[in-house]
Design a protein around this ligand. Structure first.
Ligand SMILES: CC(C)(COP(=O)(O)OP(=O)(O)OC[C@H]1O[C@@H](n2cnc3c(N)ncnc32)[C@H](O)[C@@H]1OP(=O)(O)O)[C@@H](O)C(=O)NCCC(=O)NCCS
Length: 171
């Protein structure tokens, strides 16, 4: 099914909340900003501030949160696009972080999200993207390599206590 990757709009509250439930226990993957009881409009304002570098919490860089819609009410996943790297992201995290809710996996949605993210990154003027993933994350490695990711190195991540792969994609 064709996916559209885009920012949330005021009319997306229902889709957002349904998407949150689709993650079950792992709902923090759906949003870094959302908290129980928060007004949707307030979250949109925070997302817009983050995108434009306003009121950034310590240690965060400007980022855009893009959601993958397969119809106007159904969000299957999301991509966080970091506009620049800081020391932390340069080690782990990189420019793009993505996830597809468990019930929507293995249907090509992450691949569609990656493809559309690259277009968004070009529109930001980025020329090279760092993307990292756990060495055991076969699906993520496949996606990164499919879109031209070149493995720079595999290194030990002391924070998460696992080997990670560091890839670069030239845009
Ligand atoms: C990684 C993740 C985003 C993949 O999402 P997805 O929508 O299932 O991915 P796709 O359907 O586009 O599959 C991409 C490729 O990986 C393969 N794949 C998917 N899940 C797989 C699995 N569990 N094991 C092995 N290969 C897998 C697919 O067959 C496909 O291969 P192909 O391109 O050769 O056909 C999803 O599993 C997820 O959200 N995981 C948790 C969060 C995460 O790990 N995010 C990435 C952080 S770097």
């Amino acid at each position: 099914m064709k996916l559209i990757l885009r920012e949330l709009q005021p009319q997306d509250e229902k889709a957002f909340l349904t998407g949150l439930k689709a993650w079950g226990e792992e709902s923090s993957w759906h949003s870094f900003v959302w908290k129980e009881g928060m007004h949707f409009q307030e979250m949109l304002q925070i997302l817009d501030d983050r995108k434009n570098g306003r009121n950034l919490p310590e240690g965060l860089v400007p980022d855009t949160m893009l959601y993958g819609f397969i119809d106007e009410d159904t969000i299957v996943g999301r991509v966080s696009v970091r506009h620049v790297l800081n020391d932390y992201l340069a080690k782990r995290g990189g420019h793009l972080g993505y996830g597809v809710a468990p019930s929507f996996r293995k249907r090509g949605y992450a691949s569609q999200m990656m493809e559309q993210s690259l277009g968004y990154c070009r529109s930001l003027g980025l020329k090279k993207l760092l993307i990292t993933c756990a060495s055991t994350n076969i699906a993520s490695s496949k996606i990164i390599e499919k879109f031209g990711g070149i493995l720079e190195q595999e290194v030990w991540d002391d924070e998460d206590k696992e080997m990670i792969k560091r890839y670069w994609i030239s845009l």
